[in-house]
Design a protein around this ligand. Structure first.
Ligand SMILES: [Zn+2]
Ligand SMILES: [Zn+2]
Length: 368
């Protein structure tokens, strides 16, 4: 029998067309590795930003860092997932956005495994060398040693599971980082996929008022179905009016916590103005180079504000996001967030990226 092969769609560099390529599957797995057949991938906003060149990015690369798949082969020594559930061939799993070493200073001392000195990130790595299958826009993914893996419950559908890997896990980690307490009022800037999850997950964790701010009514309508008590279209008011609205919704004090998940630094000064005295601001979206903002240092100091950033997540938050979304899936229509679906071809992935860019789809699907 000849070598088994798998298809991928490769990003070839900014301005280049995507290309389909067929690579040989690994013949042997390392201890700790898992070979997965992708059942579904979803497109994240950062795939679009990488594709459009908003940040330095390697090529050729299999993009895609959200998805799930069924286990084709377990490497030596893999018996359970990270939560301790037994694993066998055919099980559906999702896995952390990165593999980390577990021994460097960032893994062991600074509690930032996502900054591991030998970090590997799915959908962000050169893919022209074996094991090639480094992103979810491929028929297979080689899940590397050092990756956290979680079995998907049988009664959770692919659409609910696919966006856990980036969107849901990232905001779950963010809300933990900013120390959200039950009863606290939260403003979320950006009703994209991260914002929608942030609202639902904040609510599941006992948040008081959740206020969603965006400039697209279409996205705000969706947000109202996911735990947002109030929505504000910031495009229809000037900044002072938006701050006044937030104050009115939060007992005249301002928000306890504001979360930025827009991807644009220009929204940050307005978000900071919405905070109460002693409030906390979390930046998670505006991570692209040369995107800057100006703040009144007077406000930051005299209002005793905390301003925090978080990039990616510690894998434990993927497990927590899976639990939270699984438990609340009858309250929030998560599965409707995924779509429309496109085939795993160069044309299909291009259309999927465009679908997110034009806001046609909240989470376009790439289906092998
Ligand atoms: Zn490390
Ligand atoms: Zn992402």
């Amino acid at each position: 029998m000849g070598q088994q092969m798998g298809n991928v769609v490769l990003f070839m560099g900014v301005g280049e067309s995507l290309e389909e390529r067929c690579f040989p599957l690994p013949q042997e797995l390392e201890p700790g590795a898992i070979l997965v057949k992708t059942t579904m991938a979803t497109v994240c906003g950062s795939d679009v930003h990488s594709w459009r060149g908003r940040r330095p990015f390697p090529a050729p690369t299999v993009l895609g860092h959200e998805g799930l798949g069924t286990i084709v082969q377990l490497g030596p020594s893999v018996r359970t997932d990270t939560a301790g559930h037994s694993l066998s061939e055919g099980d559906r799993i999702t896995w952390s956005i990165m593999a980390n070493c577990g021994c460097c200073s960032f893994c062991r001392i600074y509690d930032l495994p996502q900054k591991c000195l030998s970090l590997f990130k799915y959908g962000h790595a050169h893919s022209d060398v074996p094991p090639h299958f480094a992103g979810t826009f491929g028929e297979y993914v080689y899940v590397r040693p050092g990756t956290s893996v979680f079995r998907i419950p049988d009664d959770m559908c692919d659409e609910e599971a696919s966006p856990l890997m980036c969107a849901a896990a990232t905001v779950t980690a963010g809300l933990a980082r900013i120390g959200l307490q039950p009863g606290e009022n939260v403003v979320i800037q950006g009703a994209g996929m991260l914002g929608i999850y942030a609202a639902a997950i904040a609510k599941e964790q006992g948040a008081g008022q959740v206020v969603m701010v965006d400039v697209l009514d279409k996205r705000l309508e969706i947000a109202s179905e996911f735990g947002s008590d109030h929505v504000i279209n910031a495009g229809q008011y000037d900044d002072e009016e938006v701050v006044l609205k937030v104050n009115n919704l939060t007992g005249g004090r301002g928000a306890d916590v504001v979360v930025e998940v827009t991807g644009f630094a220009s929204v940050i000064p307005l978000g900071v103005k919405m905070l109460r005295i002693g409030g906390r601001y979390l930046m998670q979206g505006a991570l692209y180079p040369d995107d800057n903002f100006m703040l009144a240092s007077h406000d930051v100091i005299t209002k005793c504000l905390t301003i925090t950033g978080l990039h990616n997540y510690d894998s434990r938050y993927l497990g927590r996001a899976l639990d939270l979304v699984y438990r609340s899936r009858h309250r929030y229509p998560y599965k409707r967030l995924a779509g429309p679906a496109f085939p795993l071809t160069a044309q299909g992935v291009t259309a999927a990226l465009e679908s997110l860019e034009t806001h046609e789809g909240m989470r376009p699907i790439v289906k092998p």
